[in-house]
Design a protein around this ligand. Structure first.
Ligand SMILES: Cc1cc2nc3c(=O)[nH]c(=O)nc-3n(C[C@H](O)[C@H](O)[C@H](O)COP(=O)(O)OP(=O)(O)OC[C@H]3O[C@@H](n4cnc5c(N)ncnc54)[C@H](O)[C@@H]3O)c2cc1C
Length: 403
């Protein structure tokens, strides 16, 4: 286990003080704070996370109830709203008590069976209906790999002609996604579409832009996602914005750095094509922060969500909003962090009057397991934002006099 450093002061003092741990953890009781501390310390042990992830996947396949209980009491409780919408209600209300909205995400991905794909669509429609009845849930998020077979996306991306059966499946997918966007528009609930692996992403981008043209005439309903670790992302963001604008619609986008870096690099190496990912973190950060500037500069017809746990990137957007004298809570300028992480960013932004929402996944444990494993792996980072988070939790425990 790593040695803890002294609690940090805010390294970038400015428009929001992110080192205010009283505000950051106000929503947690002493018991909850201590539980979070224990879990984050465990997740800081790389070998434990690696072993735990493999065992959890195996236990899930073998349906071992023992592991289900462990997962449920630890990462599932920390990073999700529960198994169904009703389970999420208390969490949504609790977040709202601290001026933080929720982005609901039914955690299905990597589906292939047509029945499963229809089931995911029905869950998303229910989520939109639920969101329509609550001011606390302005957005529903989804992965299109929950609505269409990955393999079909790959075939589509390759440019090969589809077989008759594939064309039929593609039509069904198109219909599912269209039904979702139509209901979202009717209920004025926004839809965020996640970005996934590069070898599936072109047809996803294409269909999302198509839906934007259909549904974003008066307001931003459909949002696409840019992974700024991709060398081509910034140019695509600018090009797509121009295209949507020229067609008289409002552009909607979510900015992320990107979650599949190792997988992307490994595949490029194995298949002998240039890696689509920036060569280093610095280049990703530069592109990300440039994308934020672009979104703030065009906020009148560009609605964005800065989806990041990076302190500097969050601070940058807050500073730009102030510099340009824009109202802090303009509907086109949003921030989001994942539920259970980066509370020091979320609640300090909320307290200062910015639009901020937690990304709140829900679903049966077996469905959200890949998401939970990504979170646990992200949290083993020694130097990153996670380490900072652990230090802030410790600082708050000290402030409350907890051991
Ligand atoms: C609300 C929300 C929604 C999200 N939706 C998506 C989504 O749709 N699709 C998706 O892929 N991810 C998504 N993510 C995850 C996101 O892409 C990042 O993995 C995660 O947020 C960590 O990045 P960061 O900006 O928070 O901070 P940081 O910790 O500053 O950045 C870490 C990220 O930097 C990049 N990076 C790290 N090392 C290098 C290197 N050596 N070279 C190049 N780049 C490097 C990687 O992208 C890594 O994840 C989402 C995250 C949030 C908060």
């Amino acid at each position: 286990m790593k040695k803890e450093k002294d609690p940090p002061s805010d390294p970038l003092p400015g428009v929001v003080d992110f080192s205010n741990t009283k505000i950051a953890f106000e929503q947690l009781s002493d018991k909850e704070l201590k539980k979070m501390y224990r879990l984050f310390r465990l997740m800081n042990i790389p070998w434990l996370v690696s072993l735990g992830s493999r065992l959890a996947l195996l236990a899930n396949r073998l349906r071992l109830p023992f592991f289900d209980t462990i997962v449920r009491r630890t990462v599932f409780a920390q990073f999700t709203g529960g198994e169904n919408l009703m389970d999420c209600t208390n969490t949504i209300q609790k977040l709202m008590n601290f001026d933080t909205q929720s982005i609901l995400d039914y955690g299905a991905e990597g589906k292939s069976d047509e029945e499963d794909l229809d089931y995911t669509k029905d869950q998303i429609l229910q989520t939109i209906t639920y969101a329509a009845s609550s001011d606390a849930v302005p957005v529903v998020s989804m992965k299109l790999t929950g609505l269409v077979d990955d393999h079909l996306l790959e075939v589509k991306q390759s440019g090969k002609p589809l077989s008759e059966q594939e064309a039929f499946k593609w039509e069904r997918f198109h219909h599912r996604f269209d039904e979702i966007c139509q209901l979202a528009k009717e209920y004025r609930v926004a839809v965020f579409v996640d970005a996934e692996e590069t070898w599936l992403q072109n047809p996803i981008d294409q269909i999302v832009l198509e839906m934007m043209l259909l549904h974003n005439r008066d307001r931003a309903i459909v949002y696409t996602t840019y992974q700024l670790y991709r060398t081509d992302a910034l140019a695509r963001l600018k090009r797509d914005y121009q295209y949507i604008k020229e067609n008289g619609c409002i552009f909607g986008c979510k900015l992320v750095r990107g979650a599949y870096m190792d997988k992307e690099r490994a595949r490029a190496l194995e298949m002998g094509y240039p890696s689509p990912i920036h060569p280093d973190k610095q280049a990703t950060d530069k592109a990300y922060n440039e994308a934020i500037r672009f979104c703030v500069d065009h906020y009148e017809d560009l609605a964005s969500c800065n989806a990041s746990h990076n302190l500097y990137s969050n601070k940058l957007q807050a500073e730009l909003i102030r510099e340009r004298d824009i109202v802090k809570n303009h509907a086109h300028l949003n921030f989001s962090q994942l539920y259970g992480m980066a509370d020091y960013i979320t609640f300090n932004l909320a307290k200062n009057g910015y639009n901020v929402a937690k990304y709140l996944p829900y679903g049966p444990v077996k469905e959200v397991l890949p998401y939970l494993i990504r979170r646990a792996e992200e949290n083993t980072s020694i130097t990153g934002e996670m380490s900072r988070e652990l230090q802030y939790i410790r600082q708050e425990m000290k402030r409350r006099g907890l051991k």
